[in-house]
Design a protein around this ligand. Structure first.
Ligand code: NAP
Length: 262
């Protein structure tokens, strides 16, 4: 009988891990996606879509499906699902590994201002920062609604769906918001061209880390743009049965050490 792991996905790490485990003779993996976007990057292996119904729902899923280990490979800003994973692991005794990728660090030439929330970024913008390029997704854009003195270019994967928590689509936003619907990753050339075309002065980004979304920061550095960098939610806490690593390679080592793969 193969052992089973549940990968909480929605990130490039989850995709890579699923791919690395496809040929395993000892382990089968199922990836879980939140279902936020209509055309997500689907794992090659089996997957399920939609919330579990909180930590309790996840714990039930783990027990009902005989999951031997849980890997939280969600985005660093997806704090709720990571917390639920820790709670579900404690409730069920299922070993849990959080993959917490390293945050981006400022380099020479960067002009970053670090802020703790999207709301805080909205509060400190000045008219001289306009036009502002928003790369924070579509769910939290309402934080900028009161800034009628600033022009925004907001990039999102797709228009809001009617069941989005924010429930707002482009039509809801005033004329100082322009929307671009595109799915990354974007190359340096693409990011540079977009920033030049829209005469962007300021970029607002979450500190997601990783390489897939980094080109915009290189382009901003090259063009001398100001960046408001949103700090991450707290790193998941390790504890009994709960470990934290920063990359897929270390996750594979963790699985090997537990005899789940060889
Ligand atoms: P979140 O705030 O941490 O989670 C909200 C709720 O969505 C969770 O309580 C859970 O519902 C459900 N959920 C989230 N991830 C799930 C998953 N992988 N499988 C099943 N249910 C999931 O998450 P979020 O920030 O909205 O992000 C949603 C997904 O998008 C995550 O999987 C994340 O990896 C990905 N993502 C997020 C960001 C970001 O900036 N936040 C960026 C890129 C990708 P229940 O409580 O009902 O289980």
């Amino acid at each position: 009988m193969k052992k089973k792991i549940l990968i909480l996905g929605g990130s490039s790490e989850a995709f890579q891990l699923d791919k690395a485990l496809l040929e395993s003779e000892t382990l089968s993996a199922i990836t879980s996606l939140a279902g936020r976007t209509s055309l997500p990057r689907k794992p090659i292996g089996p997957y399920r879509t939609g919330g579990f119904g909180g930590a309790e729902g996840m714990a039930s899923y783990i027990l009902e499906n005989d999951i031997d280990a849980l890997i939280d490979a969600t985005h660093p800003f997806a704090a709720k699902i990571s917390l639920n994973a820790s709670k579900a692991a404690k409730r069920t005794g299922c070993p849990l590994l959080h993959i917490w990728r390293e945050a981006w660090q400022q380099k020479e030439g960067d002009q970053w201002t670090l802020v703790d929330s999207i709301k805080a970024a909205a509060g400190i913008l000045t008219p001289a920062d306009s036009p502002v390029f928003l790369t924070i997704g579509r769910l939290e854009l309402a934080a900028f609604l009161e800034r009628t003195d600033i022009n925004f270019i907001a990039r999102a994967i797709e228009p809001a769906k009617s069941d989005d928590p924010s429930g707002k689509d482009a039509a809801f936003y005033p004329a100082n918001f322009k929307f671009i619907y595109e799915k990354g990753p974007f190359s340096l050339n693409e990011e540079r061209a977009l920033m030049k075309t829209h005469k962007i002065r300021t970029l607002i980004s979450k500190n997601s880390g990783g390489i897939a979304a980094y080109a915009k920061l290189t382009a901003a550095r090259e063009l001398g743009l100001k960046v408001f960098m949103i700090n991450r939610p707290p790193k998941p806490e390790p504890g009994p049965g709960i470990d934290v690593v920063s990359n897929v390679e270390d996750a594979l080592t963790w699985l090997t050490e537990r005899g789940l793969i060889n």
